[in-house]
Design a protein around this ligand. Structure first.
Ligand code: NAP
Ligand code: F7E
Length: 345
Protein backbone atom coordinates (compact mmCIF):
# COMPACT_ATOMS: atom_id res chain seq x y z
CA UNK A 1 0.00 0.00 0.00
CA UNK A 2 1.30 3.50 -0.81
CA UNK A 3 1.87 5.74 2.19
CA UNK A 4 -0.63 8.55 2.70
CA UNK A 5 0.32 12.17 2.12
CA UNK A 6 -0.62 14.84 4.64
CA UNK A 7 -0.38 18.61 4.37
CA UNK A 8 -0.12 20.59 7.62
CA UNK A 9 -0.60 24.35 7.73
CA UNK A 10 0.99 25.80 10.88
CA UNK A 11 3.56 23.00 11.02
CA UNK A 12 6.02 25.32 12.82
CA UNK A 13 3.57 25.86 15.71
CA UNK A 14 3.06 23.85 18.88
CA UNK A 15 0.39 21.49 17.49
CA UNK A 16 1.94 21.31 14.03
CA UNK A 17 5.17 19.94 15.47
CA UNK A 18 3.44 17.21 17.54
CA UNK A 19 1.18 16.28 14.63
CA UNK A 20 4.13 16.04 12.22
CA UNK A 21 5.84 13.67 14.67
CA UNK A 22 2.71 11.53 14.95
CA UNK A 23 2.12 11.31 11.19
CA UNK A 24 5.76 10.49 10.44
CA UNK A 25 5.55 7.70 13.05
CA UNK A 26 2.48 6.40 11.23
CA UNK A 27 4.43 6.26 7.96
CA UNK A 28 2.91 9.32 6.25
CA UNK A 29 4.68 11.63 3.84
CA UNK A 30 4.33 14.97 5.56
CA UNK A 31 4.26 18.32 3.78
CA UNK A 32 4.16 21.51 5.80
CA UNK A 33 3.48 25.15 4.95
CA UNK A 34 5.67 27.67 6.75
CA UNK A 35 5.82 31.45 6.54
CA UNK A 36 8.94 33.06 5.21
CA UNK A 37 10.62 34.96 8.04
CA UNK A 38 13.90 36.85 8.27
CA UNK A 39 14.93 34.50 11.05
CA UNK A 40 14.47 30.73 11.31
CA UNK A 41 11.02 29.79 12.61
CA UNK A 42 11.41 26.00 12.39
CA UNK A 43 12.82 25.39 15.88
CA UNK A 44 9.96 23.06 16.91
CA UNK A 45 10.46 20.74 13.93
CA UNK A 46 14.21 20.87 13.42
CA UNK A 47 14.60 17.49 15.12
CA UNK A 48 12.31 15.91 12.49
CA UNK A 49 13.96 17.39 9.48
CA UNK A 50 16.08 15.57 6.94
CA UNK A 51 17.67 17.04 3.85
CA UNK A 52 15.00 16.70 1.10
CA UNK A 53 17.67 15.24 -1.21
CA UNK A 54 18.04 12.29 1.17
CA UNK A 55 16.21 9.24 -0.26
CA UNK A 56 14.60 8.55 3.16
CA UNK A 57 13.28 12.11 3.59
CA UNK A 58 9.53 12.14 4.33
CA UNK A 59 9.09 15.68 5.64
CA UNK A 60 8.95 18.56 3.15
CA UNK A 61 8.45 22.24 3.86
CA UNK A 62 7.03 24.88 1.54
CA UNK A 63 6.73 28.60 1.87
CA UNK A 64 3.16 29.84 2.02
CA UNK A 65 0.84 32.21 3.84
CA UNK A 66 -2.86 32.00 4.66
CA UNK A 67 -3.39 35.43 3.16
CA UNK A 68 -2.24 34.19 -0.29
CA UNK A 69 -4.99 32.06 -1.83
CA UNK A 70 -3.34 31.38 -5.20
CA UNK A 71 -0.26 30.01 -3.46
CA UNK A 72 -2.45 27.68 -1.40
CA UNK A 73 -4.17 26.40 -4.57
CA UNK A 74 -0.84 25.87 -6.33
CA UNK A 75 0.56 23.94 -3.37
CA UNK A 76 -2.52 21.72 -3.17
CA UNK A 77 -2.35 21.05 -6.90
CA UNK A 78 1.30 20.00 -6.78
CA UNK A 79 1.32 18.10 -3.45
CA UNK A 80 -2.14 16.46 -3.85
CA UNK A 81 -2.44 15.45 -0.17
CA UNK A 82 -4.88 12.82 1.09
CA UNK A 83 -5.39 14.73 4.34
CA UNK A 84 -5.12 18.45 5.09
CA UNK A 85 -4.66 19.54 8.71
CA UNK A 86 -5.37 23.26 8.88
CA UNK A 87 -3.66 24.48 12.04
CA UNK A 88 -2.22 27.83 10.97
CA UNK A 89 -3.74 30.92 12.58
CA UNK A 90 -3.02 34.13 14.41
CA UNK A 91 -3.76 32.20 17.58
CA UNK A 92 -3.18 34.71 20.40
CA UNK A 93 -6.44 36.01 21.92
CA UNK A 94 -4.96 39.17 23.51
CA UNK A 95 -3.13 40.05 20.28
CA UNK A 96 -6.39 39.66 18.32
CA UNK A 97 -7.75 42.75 20.13
CA UNK A 98 -4.76 44.73 18.83
CA UNK A 99 -4.89 43.22 15.33
CA UNK A 100 -8.56 42.39 14.70
CA UNK A 101 -8.43 42.90 10.96
CA UNK A 102 -5.34 40.76 10.43
CA UNK A 103 -6.78 38.09 12.74
CA UNK A 104 -10.01 38.01 10.73
CA UNK A 105 -8.07 37.79 7.48
CA UNK A 106 -5.67 35.07 8.61
CA UNK A 107 -7.66 33.01 11.13
CA UNK A 108 -11.10 33.43 9.55
CA UNK A 109 -10.74 34.04 5.80
CA UNK A 110 -7.57 31.90 5.66
CA UNK A 111 -9.78 28.86 6.24
CA UNK A 112 -12.10 29.82 3.39
CA UNK A 113 -9.10 30.34 1.10
CA UNK A 114 -7.87 26.83 1.84
CA UNK A 115 -11.31 25.21 1.49
CA UNK A 116 -11.94 27.09 -1.75
CA UNK A 117 -8.53 25.96 -3.05
CA UNK A 118 -9.47 22.33 -2.27
CA UNK A 119 -12.82 22.78 -4.04
CA UNK A 120 -11.40 24.52 -7.11
CA UNK A 121 -8.55 22.04 -7.55
CA UNK A 122 -11.12 19.24 -7.14
CA UNK A 123 -9.03 17.34 -4.61
CA UNK A 124 -10.76 14.38 -2.92
CA UNK A 125 -8.86 15.06 0.33
CA UNK A 126 -10.04 15.13 3.94
CA UNK A 127 -9.88 18.45 5.82
CA UNK A 128 -9.35 19.20 9.52
CA UNK A 129 -10.20 22.67 10.89
CA UNK A 130 -8.55 23.73 14.17
CA UNK A 131 -11.64 25.09 15.88
CA UNK A 132 -11.48 26.37 19.42
CA UNK A 133 -13.27 26.47 22.77
CA UNK A 134 -12.90 30.28 22.46
CA UNK A 135 -15.97 30.07 20.19
CA UNK A 136 -18.08 29.27 23.29
CA UNK A 137 -16.84 32.43 24.99
CA UNK A 138 -19.33 33.43 27.64
CA UNK A 139 -21.71 30.46 27.30
CA UNK A 140 -21.59 28.70 30.69
CA UNK A 141 -19.84 25.32 31.10
CA UNK A 142 -19.78 22.44 30.49
CA UNK A 143 -19.49 23.04 26.73
CA UNK A 144 -20.12 20.31 24.15
CA UNK A 145 -20.75 20.08 20.39
CA UNK A 146 -24.33 21.39 20.81
CA UNK A 147 -23.46 24.39 23.01
CA UNK A 148 -24.23 27.78 21.37
CA UNK A 149 -21.32 30.04 20.53
CA UNK A 150 -20.82 33.47 22.10
CA UNK A 151 -17.26 34.52 21.20
CA UNK A 152 -15.58 37.24 23.28
CA UNK A 153 -12.64 38.29 21.10
CA UNK A 154 -11.78 38.97 17.46
CA UNK A 155 -9.97 35.62 17.57
CA UNK A 156 -13.12 33.84 18.78
CA UNK A 157 -15.21 35.60 16.15
CA UNK A 158 -12.77 34.57 13.39
CA UNK A 159 -12.85 30.95 14.60
CA UNK A 160 -16.66 30.92 14.55
CA UNK A 161 -16.54 32.11 10.93
CA UNK A 162 -14.02 29.38 10.06
CA UNK A 163 -16.10 26.75 11.88
CA UNK A 164 -19.16 27.58 9.76
CA UNK A 165 -17.10 27.79 6.57
CA UNK A 166 -15.92 24.23 7.28
CA UNK A 167 -19.48 22.98 7.86
CA UNK A 168 -20.72 24.82 4.79
CA UNK A 169 -18.11 23.23 2.48
CA UNK A 170 -19.09 19.85 3.94
CA UNK A 171 -22.81 20.44 3.32
CA UNK A 172 -22.57 22.34 0.03
CA UNK A 173 -19.83 20.38 -1.75
CA UNK A 174 -19.67 17.07 0.11
CA UNK A 175 -16.06 17.69 1.19
CA UNK A 176 -14.96 15.51 4.11
CA UNK A 177 -14.37 18.49 6.42
CA UNK A 178 -14.35 18.29 10.23
CA UNK A 179 -14.10 20.73 13.11
CA UNK A 180 -11.99 19.67 16.06
CA UNK A 181 -13.20 21.96 18.85
CA UNK A 182 -10.16 21.81 21.07
CA UNK A 183 -9.99 23.25 24.55
CA UNK A 184 -6.70 24.74 25.75
CA UNK A 185 -3.78 22.37 25.30
CA UNK A 186 -0.29 23.16 26.40
CA UNK A 187 3.22 21.71 26.44
CA UNK A 188 6.86 22.73 26.73
CA UNK A 189 6.49 23.78 23.05
CA UNK A 190 3.72 26.29 23.83
CA UNK A 191 4.41 29.84 22.64
CA UNK A 192 6.14 31.79 25.43
CA UNK A 193 3.41 34.45 25.74
CA UNK A 194 0.54 32.06 26.55
CA UNK A 195 -0.11 32.01 30.26
CA UNK A 196 0.92 28.42 31.07
CA UNK A 197 4.32 28.65 29.38
CA UNK A 198 4.89 32.17 30.72
CA UNK A 199 4.25 30.99 34.28
CA UNK A 200 6.18 27.70 33.98
CA UNK A 201 9.15 29.57 32.54
CA UNK A 202 8.99 32.28 35.23
CA UNK A 203 8.81 29.73 38.06
CA UNK A 204 11.91 27.95 36.73
CA UNK A 205 13.86 31.17 36.12
CA UNK A 206 12.97 32.59 39.53
CA UNK A 207 14.07 29.33 41.15
CA UNK A 208 17.36 29.58 39.22
CA UNK A 209 17.84 33.18 40.39
CA UNK A 210 17.53 34.60 36.86
CA UNK A 211 14.53 36.83 37.63
CA UNK A 212 12.47 37.80 40.65
CA UNK A 213 8.99 38.78 39.45
CA UNK A 214 6.45 37.88 36.79
CA UNK A 215 3.62 40.22 35.71
CA UNK A 216 0.20 38.74 34.94
CA UNK A 217 -3.36 39.87 34.24
CA UNK A 218 -6.61 38.17 35.29
CA UNK A 219 -5.94 35.27 37.68
CA UNK A 220 -9.61 34.29 38.07
CA UNK A 221 -10.28 32.94 34.56
CA UNK A 222 -10.78 29.16 34.49
CA UNK A 223 -9.56 26.91 31.71
CA UNK A 224 -9.65 23.23 30.78
CA UNK A 225 -5.92 22.68 30.18
CA UNK A 226 -4.80 19.42 28.55
CA UNK A 227 -1.54 18.14 27.06
CA UNK A 228 -0.99 19.04 23.39
CA UNK A 229 0.89 15.82 22.52
CA UNK A 230 -2.29 13.85 23.33
CA UNK A 231 -4.63 16.19 21.45
CA UNK A 232 -3.02 15.71 18.01
CA UNK A 233 -3.96 12.00 18.15
CA UNK A 234 -7.61 13.13 18.29
CA UNK A 235 -7.10 15.27 15.16
CA UNK A 236 -5.82 12.25 13.26
CA UNK A 237 -8.66 10.03 14.49
CA UNK A 238 -11.25 12.57 13.30
CA UNK A 239 -9.99 12.15 9.74
CA UNK A 240 -10.12 8.31 9.87
CA UNK A 241 -13.90 8.03 10.45
CA UNK A 242 -16.43 6.94 7.85
CA UNK A 243 -18.42 10.19 8.10
CA UNK A 244 -17.15 13.74 8.64
CA UNK A 245 -18.36 15.20 11.95
CA UNK A 246 -17.37 17.75 14.64
CA UNK A 247 -15.89 16.85 18.02
CA UNK A 248 -15.03 18.55 21.32
CA UNK A 249 -11.63 17.58 22.73
CA UNK A 250 -11.01 18.39 26.41
CA UNK A 251 -10.13 16.93 29.80
CA UNK A 252 -13.47 17.81 31.47
CA UNK A 253 -11.71 19.55 34.36
CA UNK A 254 -11.04 23.21 35.07
CA UNK A 255 -8.52 25.26 37.03
CA UNK A 256 -8.07 28.99 37.46
CA UNK A 257 -4.98 30.84 36.27
CA UNK A 258 -4.25 31.33 39.99
CA UNK A 259 -4.37 27.51 40.50
CA UNK A 260 -1.92 27.03 37.61
CA UNK A 261 0.44 29.63 39.08
CA UNK A 262 0.26 27.94 42.46
CA UNK A 263 0.95 24.51 40.95
CA UNK A 264 4.06 25.75 39.12
CA UNK A 265 5.56 27.68 42.05
CA UNK A 266 4.77 24.91 44.53
CA UNK A 267 6.65 22.49 42.28
CA UNK A 268 9.86 24.53 42.72
CA UNK A 269 9.25 25.12 46.45
CA UNK A 270 8.33 28.82 46.20
CA UNK A 271 5.38 30.91 47.41
CA UNK A 272 3.86 32.49 44.28
CA UNK A 273 2.61 35.54 46.24
CA UNK A 274 6.22 36.68 46.65
CA UNK A 275 6.82 36.71 42.89
CA UNK A 276 3.59 37.50 40.99
CA UNK A 277 2.53 41.08 40.27
CA UNK A 278 -0.47 42.48 38.42
CA UNK A 279 -0.12 44.31 35.09
CA UNK A 280 -3.21 45.73 33.44
CA UNK A 281 -1.79 45.33 29.95
CA UNK A 282 -2.49 41.59 30.14
CA UNK A 283 -6.20 42.12 30.89
CA UNK A 284 -8.52 41.68 27.89
CA UNK A 285 -11.33 44.10 26.90
CA UNK A 286 -13.71 41.13 27.23
CA UNK A 287 -12.72 37.91 28.96
CA UNK A 288 -13.74 34.26 28.69
CA UNK A 289 -14.38 33.37 32.31
CA UNK A 290 -14.98 29.65 32.43
CA UNK A 291 -14.33 26.82 29.97
CA UNK A 292 -14.82 23.12 30.72
CA UNK A 293 -15.24 20.71 27.84
CA UNK A 294 -17.44 17.66 27.64
CA UNK A 295 -15.59 15.28 25.30
CA UNK A 296 -17.98 12.32 25.73
CA UNK A 297 -18.70 12.17 21.98
CA UNK A 298 -14.98 11.90 21.14
CA UNK A 299 -14.56 9.14 23.71
CA UNK A 300 -17.56 7.24 22.37
CA UNK A 301 -16.92 7.57 18.63
CA UNK A 302 -13.15 8.14 18.36
CA UNK A 303 -12.07 6.10 21.38
CA UNK A 304 -10.05 9.16 22.48
CA UNK A 305 -9.44 9.93 26.16
CA UNK A 306 -6.85 12.22 27.77
CA UNK A 307 -4.51 10.91 30.45
CA UNK A 308 -2.60 14.06 31.50
CA UNK A 309 -4.53 16.45 33.77
CA UNK A 310 -3.63 20.06 34.61
CA UNK A 311 -1.54 19.45 37.78
CA UNK A 312 0.69 16.93 35.97
CA UNK A 313 0.87 19.25 32.97
CA UNK A 314 2.07 22.14 35.15
CA UNK A 315 4.81 19.96 36.65
CA UNK A 316 5.99 18.60 33.31
CA UNK A 317 6.15 22.13 31.86
CA UNK A 318 8.17 23.44 34.81
CA UNK A 319 10.50 20.44 34.63
CA UNK A 320 11.06 21.11 30.92
CA UNK A 321 11.97 24.74 31.71
CA UNK A 322 14.37 23.66 34.46
CA UNK A 323 15.92 21.12 32.07
CA UNK A 324 16.39 23.77 29.38
CA UNK A 325 18.07 26.13 31.86
CA UNK A 326 20.53 23.45 32.90
CA UNK A 327 21.60 22.70 29.29
CA UNK A 328 24.18 24.82 27.47
CA UNK A 329 22.41 27.14 25.01
CA UNK A 330 22.31 26.14 21.34
CA UNK A 331 24.13 28.46 18.91
CA UNK A 332 21.80 30.68 16.90
CA UNK A 333 23.60 30.04 13.59
CA UNK A 334 22.12 27.49 11.13
CA UNK A 335 23.18 23.92 11.84
CA UNK A 336 22.92 20.94 9.47
CA UNK A 337 19.86 19.75 11.44
CA UNK A 338 18.01 23.01 10.94
CA UNK A 339 15.16 22.94 8.44
CA UNK A 340 15.95 24.56 5.11
CA UNK A 341 12.81 25.13 3.10
CA UNK A 342 12.82 23.23 -0.16
CA UNK A 343 10.71 23.59 -3.31
CA UNK A 344 8.22 20.78 -3.83
CA UNK A 345 8.98 19.35 -7.24
P1 NAP B 1 0.67 28.31 17.38
O1 NAP B 1 1.73 27.62 18.16
O2 NAP B 1 0.44 29.76 17.56
O3 NAP B 1 0.96 28.01 15.84
C1 NAP B 1 0.31 28.74 14.82
C2 NAP B 1 0.94 28.37 13.49
O4 NAP B 1 0.31 29.15 12.46
C3 NAP B 1 2.44 28.67 13.38
O5 NAP B 1 3.04 27.67 12.62
C4 NAP B 1 2.45 30.00 12.64
O6 NAP B 1 3.66 30.25 11.95
C5 NAP B 1 1.32 29.75 11.66
N1 NAP B 1 0.80 30.99 11.06
C6 NAP B 1 0.37 32.10 11.70
N2 NAP B 1 -0.04 33.03 10.79
C7 NAP B 1 0.13 32.47 9.58
C8 NAP B 1 -0.09 32.91 8.24
N3 NAP B 1 -0.58 34.13 7.98
N4 NAP B 1 0.20 32.08 7.21
C9 NAP B 1 0.71 30.84 7.46
N5 NAP B 1 0.97 30.37 8.69
C10 NAP B 1 0.67 31.16 9.73
O7 NAP B 1 -0.76 27.60 17.61
P2 NAP B 1 -1.06 26.15 18.21
O8 NAP B 1 -1.20 26.26 19.69
O9 NAP B 1 -0.15 25.15 17.61
O10 NAP B 1 -2.54 25.93 17.67
C11 NAP B 1 -2.78 25.33 16.38
C12 NAP B 1 -4.16 25.74 15.89
O11 NAP B 1 -5.15 25.31 16.81
C13 NAP B 1 -4.39 27.23 15.73
O12 NAP B 1 -5.26 27.42 14.64
C14 NAP B 1 -5.07 27.65 17.02
O13 NAP B 1 -5.83 28.81 16.80
C15 NAP B 1 -5.92 26.43 17.27
N6 NAP B 1 -6.24 26.13 18.66
C16 NAP B 1 -5.27 26.07 19.60
C17 NAP B 1 -5.57 25.72 20.89
C18 NAP B 1 -4.52 25.60 21.95
O14 NAP B 1 -4.88 25.56 23.13
N7 NAP B 1 -3.25 25.48 21.59
C19 NAP B 1 -6.91 25.40 21.23
C20 NAP B 1 -7.87 25.46 20.23
C21 NAP B 1 -7.54 25.80 18.93
P3 NAP B 1 4.94 30.92 12.69
O15 NAP B 1 5.63 29.78 13.41
O16 NAP B 1 5.70 31.48 11.57
O17 NAP B 1 4.39 31.94 13.65
O1 F7E C 1 -4.81 32.89 28.37
C1 F7E C 1 -5.26 34.85 31.45
C2 F7E C 1 -6.00 35.31 30.22
O2 F7E C 1 -3.40 33.46 26.40
C3 F7E C 1 -5.45 32.06 29.32
C4 F7E C 1 -5.08 29.94 22.64
O3 F7E C 1 -4.36 28.77 22.35
O4 F7E C 1 -6.54 28.77 24.10
C5 F7E C 1 -5.64 29.84 24.04
O5 F7E C 1 -6.28 31.06 24.37
C6 F7E C 1 -6.04 32.91 30.43
C7 F7E C 1 -6.88 34.09 29.94
O6 F7E C 1 -4.88 31.39 26.38
C8 F7E C 1 -2.02 36.47 31.52
O7 F7E C 1 -6.73 36.50 30.47
C9 F7E C 1 -3.68 36.18 32.90
O8 F7E C 1 -8.04 34.16 30.71
O9 F7E C 1 -2.86 31.39 27.74
P1 F7E C 1 -3.87 32.31 27.21
P2 F7E C 1 -6.37 31.62 25.86
O10 F7E C 1 -6.73 33.04 25.77
O11 F7E C 1 -7.25 30.74 26.68
C10 F7E C 1 -7.66 28.84 23.20
C11 F7E C 1 -8.48 27.58 23.36
C12 F7E C 1 -7.25 29.09 21.81
O12 F7E C 1 -7.88 28.64 20.86
C13 F7E C 1 -6.17 30.11 21.61
O13 F7E C 1 -5.58 29.96 20.31
O14 F7E C 1 -4.96 33.47 31.18
N1 F7E C 1 -4.01 35.56 31.72
N2 F7E C 1 -2.47 36.75 32.79
C14 F7E C 1 -3.00 35.72 30.86
N3 F7E C 1 -2.84 35.30 29.60
C15 F7E C 1 -1.67 35.61 28.97
N4 F7E C 1 -1.47 35.18 27.70
N5 F7E C 1 -0.70 36.34 29.58
C16 F7E C 1 -0.82 36.81 30.88
O15 F7E C 1 0.06 37.45 31.40
Amino acid sequence: MTAKKALITGITGQDGSYLAELLLEKGYWVHGIARRASTFNTERIDHLYEDPHHPQARLFLHYGDLTDGSRLANLLESIRPDEVYHLAAQSHVRVSFDEPEFTGNCTGLGTTRLLEAIRSVGLPCRFYQASSSEMFGSTPPPQCEETPFHPRSPYGVAKVYAYWATRNYREAYGIYAVNGILFNHESPRRGPTFVTRKVASAAARIKAGLQDLVYLGNLEARRDWGYAAEYVEAMWRMLQQEEADDYVIATGTSHSVRDFVELCFEHVGLDWRDHVRFDERYVRPSEVDHLVGDAAKAERLLGWKPTVRTPELARLMVDAELGALSRPSVPAAPTPGRAVLAPVS
